[in-house]
Ligand binder design. Structure first.
Ligand code: SAM
Length: 214
């Protein structure tokens, strides 16, 4: 049913530009995890409704979602995106050279934990933050991300169900995944109970959380 709904929804989606279709296909063939079309719908919706001047992405991979977001930015808006793995950010850089000719995207090649603290300490603010990396770190990142967010801005977090495993008892997940399982549950509790955030958790694809700063 889910697959059929997705095929059906595709009829109503704005077509993706050719370069994004190509990068998406490359990612699929090379096992690079990138946002699905459903998560893309949510991001597009918020980019248009919030119309942020500045967007922050944590987890660039090969640049697909940053280039996707670039399509829906207002004229003078800018994206800062963070990736720490060299093999990934090298491909992202090549994609940005080809498809971000007017330099709307800045790539930070660094661990996200360090990078977001520096961005905060330098007084940066963002209208939309897309969180798509290092799931085990999400509870630790949250206070910094809330500081980085403008009032009325949103944090969009992808894959919070961790391939569905988050709904299982922690004893049903493998030892290796237990820390991520615990941290994602902690993150869901933190964003749901946070007094400064209005939170919506959507069962779209692998779970998407939207937190708007009050
Ligand atoms: N947002 C991308 C897209 O949809 O095109 C996909 C991002 S992928 C799911 C997650 C990325 O986060 C990986 O490329 C991984 O190397 C990166 N990552 C994981 N932990 C990180 C960290 N602590 N700092 C920076 N990047 C990190």
């Amino acid at each position: 049913m889910e697959e059929r709904i997705d095929v059906f929804l595709e009829l109503f989606r704005e077509p993706l530009p050719d370069h994004l279709v190509e990068i998406e296909a490359y990612a699929r063939e090379n096992n690079v995890p990138v946002i699905g079309r459903g998560t893309g719908d949510i991001i597009r919706y918020y980019l248009r409704s919030v119309a942020p001047e500045n967007v922050l992405e944590i987890g660039t991979a090969i640049g697909y979602s940053a280039l996707f977001m670039r399509e829906y930015l207002s004229v003078n808006a800018h994206i800062t995106t963070i990736e720490k793995i060299e093999s990934r950010y090298t491909l992202a850089e090549n994609n940005f050279k080809k498809y971000d000719k007017d330099n709307k995207i800045t790539l930070i090649k660094e661990d996200a934990g360090d990078a977001i603290e520096k961005l905060r300490d330098n007084g940066n603010k963002y209208g939309v933050i897309f969180l798509d990396a290092a799931k085990g770190q999400y509870p630790a990142y949250l206070p910094v991300l809330v500081d980085l967010l403008e009032t009325g801005g949103v944090i969009i977090t992808d894959n919070i169900f961790h391939n569905g495993a988050v709904i299982n008892s922690r004893y049903a997940v493998t030892q290796r995944d237990r820390t991520i399982h615990d941290r994602l549950r902690e993150y869901m509790k933190d964003i749901s109970e946070h007094e400064g955030l209005n939170t919506l958790i959507l069962p779209v694809e692998d779970g998407v959380a939207i937190c708007q700063k009050k």
